[in-house]
Design a protein around this ligand. Structure first.
Ligand SMILES: [Zn+2]
Length: 256
């Protein structure tokens, strides 16, 4: 069975298509992890996971929201993490795509959440856009606090970065953009097999052949199939590998 290791399921649009019923019924999906971007949607993620057996959640503050981060945000996030279905701190990270004006603020927020993950003994789900070099330095400087693991979700960097982050014991999330024509999918060959997971990042980045539609965890199979093709595996083998990795990374004990 498959795992969607990273998605955002708190949008209104999902109630309209009865997504949670579809997830519970789907015999091919073992579980999905819904991640938050601030304390408000963290609350929604927790509620969704409490209601739906196959949904787990993560709480964290996304770098794109850095300007609205307050001392209270971190306290709220810590509070919302107190639940057996909370399996990670995320989505956290660095994003210099839209602005580089708040780099130091973004780094400060990320470090505070690395410390929180360490304190709560949870892994981290990290977003990185146009910021690989700073992220690498920051992780290296905080290596002792990464004991519970971290994933670079929607991994979209070069093979050189794949190798560097591998040395820090990173996991790698392969997302829908992996199926796009402009993505150099050969980079997957440089990722350690025991640290690859698949994800949708729903509602964004729907994979080919459903590109451009509302993405859901049920589409993770398309990315899995493409990954299998690139790595010369059967979809069944790839499924076994990525599901095993996701169970281990998130510390979830259910039978695939
Ligand atoms: Zn995301």
């Amino acid at each position: 069975m498959l795992v969607d290791s990273h998605c955002h399921l708190y949008g209104e649009e999902y109630n309209r298509i009865n997504l949670f019923e579809q997830i519970e019924k789907d015999n091919n999906l073992l579980f999905a992890v819904t991640l938050s971007s601030d304390e408000n949607d963290a609350k929604l993620c927790k509620e969704i996971a409490e209601k739906n057996k196959k949904v787990f959640y993560a709480v964290g503050f996304h770098p794109e929201n850095a300007e609205s981060f307050t001392a209270n945000s971190l306290k709220e996030i810590e509070k919302l993490a107190q639940n057996e279905k909370c399996v990670a701190i995320g989505e956290v990270g660095l994003d210099y795509h839209y602005t580089e004006d708040n780099k130091s603020l973004q780094k400060q927020i990320l470090v505070s959440q690395i410390e929180l993950a360490y304190k709560l003994k949870k892994p981290l789900s990290i977003h990185c856009r146009d910021a690989a070099s700073d992220l690498y330095d920051l992780l290296l400087n905080n290596k002792d606090k990464l004991k519970y693991g971290f994933v670079i979700h929607c991994f979209s960097e070069t093979k050189e970065w794949a190798e560097k982050f591998s040395k820090l014991n990173a996991y790698f999330g392969i997302c829908g953009n992996f199926t796009f024509k402009n993505y150099d999918s050969s980079v997957a060959k440089f990722l350690p097999l025991d640290r690859i997971m698949v994800e949708t990042d729903s509602p964004y980045l729907a994979p080919v052949p459903v590109r451009g539609t509302l993405n859901t965890p049920l589409n993770v199979k398309y990315t899995l199939n493409k990954l299998a093709e690139v790595l010369n595996k059967t979809p069944e083998e790839m499924e076994e590998i990525t599901t095993k990795n996701a169970l281990k990374f998130y510390g979830i004990k259910i039978e695939p």
